[in-house]
Design a binder for this molecule. Structure first.
Ligand SMILES: [Zn+2]
Length: 114
């Protein structure tokens, strides 16, 4: 069974190799969409949404400078970084991260699939 969670966070970045407005320091409210797979447990849940939300929020870089975490933090590079980091956290709970969407704006996202 798959479950889907949407979380958001605010963080700044700048893109040193980009010829355009994203070259300079600025922020986004990033939206992330997680699809997580695991067996339905005896309680009828893959995992309590509250537990997953807490795990995700603890691992999202809210109010951080993304260049400190990811080299050239485009939406694509940020998505890969978050996918790798959060996949490992979920694996410890026997859950699989199937896909992660990182939305930089209302109409542009990068997607990593397992
Ligand atoms: Zn930007």
């Amino acid at each position: 069974m798959k479950i889907k969670l949407i979380r958001s966070f605010s963080a700044a970045h700048k893109l040193p190799h980009y010829d355009g407005p994203c070259h300079d320091l600025h922020g986004h409210t990033w939206k992330t969409v997680f699809v997580i797979e695991g067996p339905v447990q005896k309680d009828g849940m893959v995992c309590d949404f509250k537990v997953i939300k807490k795990l995700l929020d603890e691992n999202l870089p809210d109010h951080q400078f993304l260049n400190d975490l990811v080299d050239n933090p485009t939406a694509e590079n940020l998505a890969q970084y978050l996918f790798d980091k959060i996949s490992a956290r979920l694996a410890a709970k026997n859950l699989t991260l199937c896909s992660l969407e990182v939305w930089e704006s209302d109409n542009a996202a990068a997607i990593v699939e397992r």
